[in-house]
Design a protein around this ligand. Sequence first.
Ligand SMILES: *Cc1c(COP(=O)(O)O)cnc(C)c1O
Length: 422
Amino acid sequence: MLNKSGFGSTSMSQSLPQQMDADDPLRLVRGQFILPPGEIYLDGNSLGPLLIAVQERLQHTIDTQWGQGLIRSWNESWIELPQRVARKLAPVVGASPADLICADSVSINLFKILSASLSLSPERTTILSLTDMFPTDLYIAEGLSALVGADRCRLKLIEYAELDAVLNSQLGSQINVLMMSQVNFRTGEAYDLPRITQLAHLAGVRVLWDLSHSAGVLPVNLVENKIDFAVGCGYKFLNGGPGAPAFLYVNHELQPKLNQPLSGWMGHRAPFEFSPQYEPAPGMDQFLSGTPGILSMSALDAALELWEHIALDAVFEKSQKLTQLFIESVNQAPALNDFNLIKVPVRGSQVSLAHGDAFAISQALIDRGIICDFRAPNLVRFGFSPLYNRYQDILTTVQVLSEIMVSKCFQQAQYQQSGKVT
Ligand SMILES: *Cc1c(COP(=O)(O)O)cnc(C)c1O
């Protein structure tokens, strides 16, 4: 539980956040979530919390649709879920609903898109990415290269600082697709999506953006920025629940030219004709593979309803204010001098603090009801969701962290033990 000693005192830096909360246009959204009392949840970039609407929907899906409707529920609502989720998500990522589909995991969708893009332009054999992108993205490209051979698919990893030069170099003509996350999962850096996309297009390179850490918190505008491909996670800032299905976007003009290799029956033009020959469905439906997990997809569908009533500008603005307030408060806290705050030019909705004892410190925070996470080798990572985090939460977090550093309680043996998931 939180130690709130000193909280609510009247110094400037502590009364201001309360006023900011009172003025927050999103302040009532928090009430739609089920949040454990007495805790501060700063891990919504890893697993979004439970919405009341999701809890109710799952109950309905289980009791009424599965329990009573049984197989009839496929026609009543289940079979349309991948498209229905896409319709709700479309305004959040600036896409037309027809160019999005909900399916599978990010990893699997990356495989579909990378394969299809390589087949479309086989003379360009390189997938370009950055060394510090989320590992599953890189692993999938490595797996694809091993499957089709390095003469047809090769992953090239560079540092962000090299990107312009590599795209403009001779190598540019070999690059098929640039695969990048809009937000770096370690540092929180938000990359300049419009600029990088334009630069890649000038080199004839298609761009695949991974929106796992940005959908639902940063402006994306897939259509306006002429993005070729995008994928993203349903269980982070979109709050679809653990293992929620992912989404996939393909530019309208590219859709008829692509063939993806996981040609399961749900992507068939007419799955219930049970024809021995695969014929892809038109549009985004061909990116479906097998039967979706209906419990998970129903949860995501219910979670996305919230966005109908939310101004995206307000979400983005609050995200920036939350991170700024956190950074200012950390910089002003003398007990936190030992941390190295990872600075980035433009930020997504997260801040990372580097420290040699980051793991133990993250455990001590969690033990005190401040749920953050640890990213190897030395980062304590704080994710801020404008939908339910409050400005006061930031001050409390910095205060509890200061207490941990002053007391050095993180050195206790109980905080050194790591689980499988960090
Ligand atoms: C969370 C995350 C993923 C997760 O991929 P899954 O296959 O859905 O587990 C992928 N990429 C990025 C950038 C992520 O942040």
